[in-house]
Design a protein around this ligand. Structure first.
Ligand code: HEM
Length: 159
């Protein structure tokens, strides 16, 4: 019997694919500071909230923004500097959202790119961008497989 991957249990180690290993800890801890991550997260969600398409989707779901922002700082710190402070299940959080589409992920990525493009720390910007692309693709695939298992999954359009 073959085992289907359980997308609801997507963890950070799954995100670190393709080889399943994060960059060495010494490389990660020097990548950026917690303040830089906080600025990235706050800058990005300020753009999201001001966006005519994504803003209402987030505002309908999130009534405690400081808590969400703190979760997202823990998430990005765990990815970028190996903080190990994030515990959660991004896949199930997104599968629970009605009506997600490839174009919404494309928009999310465009706003994220706008934010990273303004960072002075280019190495951090590249690493964050790379994670965002891979995680967005994983979330969109998992979303489709959970919600529409009969349909072949589509990719997120480029640009
Ligand atoms: C169409 C694109 C997206 C939309 C509309 C979206 C929307 C949301 C919303 C509304 C929540 C709050 C869920 C809740 O608390 O009930 C959330 C949580 C979250 N999102 Fe997204 N998201 C998108 C893409 C992404 C991407 C690409 C990433 C990662 C790179 C991401 C990472 C997260 C994480 C880590 C959480 C917290 C989950 C937890 O509670 O632990 N999201 N998202």
């Amino acid at each position: 019997m073959t085992r289907e991957p359980d997308f609801n249990k997507m963890t950070l180690s799954y995100i670190f694919a393709p080889d399943g290993r994060p960059p060495p800890m010494s490389e990660r801890t020097q990548l950026c500071t917690l303040d830089e991550i906080t600025d990235l997260v706050h800058g990005f969600y300020a753009r999201v909230r001001a966006d005519g398409i994504l803003g209402p989707i987030f505002d309908a779901r999130i009534d405690d923004w400081p808590t969400h922002l703190a979760t997202m700082v823990r998430f990005w710190s765990s990815l970028l500097i190996g903080a190990g402070t994030y515990r959660g299940s991004p896949m199930s959080a997104h599968v629970a959202l009605p009506g997600l589409q490839a174009e919404l992920f494309q928009r999310w990525l465009a706003l994220f790119h706008e934010t990273t493009a303004s960072l002075e720390n280019h190495t951090m910007a590249r690493r964050a961008e790379d994670y965002a692309q891979r995680i967005a693709r994983s979330l969109w695939f998992g979303y489709q497989i959970n919600r529409n298992p009969e349909q072949p999954p589509s990719e997120i359009p480029h640009g």
